[in-house]
Design a protein around this ligand. Structure first.
Ligand code: COA
Length: 216
């Protein structure tokens, strides 16, 4: 394990915690009280809002913006210029023209579950949850919660398929059964919910998941 590497031009608040083996690149900003796990990479110009919680091995690509009070679980990928927003009905001022300040509005954070990815320049509307290992396509606008393993695209984002843990679109092998072409892992679909993965040696898919639910 090594101390985090923080570029001289990065702006990391003294109260923020950066885990071992993490790297914070030039012009990135990490605000007060944010917590970053181990082995993370914050790309150039990325932003982490006050109190945001980020797990281990998370990547924020260049200019990704993560507004508080977002939560990013282990292994999450946020693509370049993606934005995780926190206010559904934003206003700078109240009706009297006075500037709104913290406490004058309620922030709703985005939650990105373990292993999920958000593509380049995608926007996630405040308060939405991206499920485990889901993949949000480049340029999508996520307005509804995204199920585990869902591949969503478009404006507003709609499900266009399933992806496995490897991030590759799954292939349907029979009704309700899906297979990852990269890893051979098997998944079952029931009523719009994908479960798994199961290895071929598990026999009947649905009995022995190899991927544990890490929802806190
Ligand atoms: C969504 C994605 C995974 C689909 O990849 P794919 O499985 O190879 O799909 P294809 O390119 O064959 O496209 C399939 C269909 O989806 C459409 N599509 C692909 N990407 C799309 C996107 N980002 N938004 C909307 N539609 C998209 C294609 O136009 C095509 O539509 P058609 O069948 O009507 O022609 C991929 O395009 C993508 O956006 N990946 C994220 C890239 C990214 O942001 N990386 C960040 C690191 S730089």
């Amino acid at each position: 394990m090594t101390e985090p590497r923080i570029a001289p031009t990065a702006d990391v608040d003294p109260s923020a915690k950066i885990g071992e083996d993490s790297a914070v690149w030039h012009l990135a900003q990490v605000r007060e009280g944010a917590v970053l796990g181990e082995g993370c990479i914050l790309g150039r110009g990325s932003y982490v809002g006050p109190g945001v919680r980020i797990g281990d091995r998370v990547k924020l690509q260049n200019y990704a913006l993560v507004y508080e009070p977002a939560v990013l679980e282990d292994g999450v990928f946020i693509g370049p210029a993606a934005v995780l927003t926190n206010d559904v009905y934003p206003r700078s001022t109240d009706v009297d023209g006075a500037l709104k300040r913290d406490g004058d509005w309620t922030a709703a954070g985005v939650v990105v579950r373990e292993g999920a990815s958000v593509g380049a320049r995608a926007v996630v509307v405040a308060g939405r949850t991206i499920g485990r290992h889901a993949l949000v396509a480049a340029g999508a606008v996520v307005t509804r919660d995204v199920p585990d393993f869902a591949l969503v695209a478009g404006v507003p984002a709609r499900r266009m398929g399933w992806v496995g843990r490897a991030g590759v679109p799954l292939e349907q092998v029979s009704p309700g059964r899906w297979r990852c072409p990269a890893k051979g892992e098997l998944y079952t679909e029931d009523d719009g919910v994908l479960s798994g993965p199961y290895t071929a040696s598990d026999g009947q898919a649905g009995q022995s998941p190899t991927d544990k639910d890490t929802t806190p």
